[in-house]
Design a protein around this ligand. Sequence first.
Ligand code: CO
Length: 232
Amino acid sequence: MAEKNPTLNLKDMHDLSVARMLAGNQRFVERIGKEDPEFFRRLEKQQTPHTLWIGCSDSRVSSDVITDTDPGSLFVHRNIANMVVHTDFNVLSAIDYAVNHLNVQHIVVCGHYRCGGVAAAMEASELGLIDNWLRNIKDVYRLHADELEAIADKELRTARLVELNVIEQVYNVCKTFTVQKAWREHGRPFVHGWVYDLKTGLLKDLEVNVSGRGDLEAIYRFDVDKSLGVTQ
Ligand code: CO
């Protein structure tokens, strides 16, 4: 006898999601095999990405999908709210490896409007462990409190904090010894700040132009001549 109104429980849904991913992988292999038979052989040997992408973990902001970029092009680091925290060995290692071993030309910090991490940082509620991470965003808010608090609409204020947070993280990338050393020795990487709009799918370039030590406040510059504070 056929089951009446079979309901899907959570475990079934979980199994279905996993089964879909594995089936999707089969389709991916078949499609690539037809379109580009050398694809796996080529990428198996080495990766030569041109860009380090630092983005949010949000499932809707998938770096290679939204930039229509092939595997092998982006070296990716993602965390909640695309943060570059100076004590985070994960992001620091990704920057070091991308700059010094993969020789990337570009670093992109990409945030997105309606970022849950940024929105949560603007609230007072206790979320637990993640509050320690979100505090870094609260620090960005504090730096720009005057500008942000002049924006009455909460959604617009959150959107502006998303942008300001990306700009601050671009600067945090540039403050690293790794990037300043690479600028001095190789004249790269170029560091960019972008925001992804979930409504339209478009990327906005915030045009943060930090291309050398001179664009950083003196206190953050590593100076080979040890003349910090003198060369103003
Ligand atoms: Co986000």
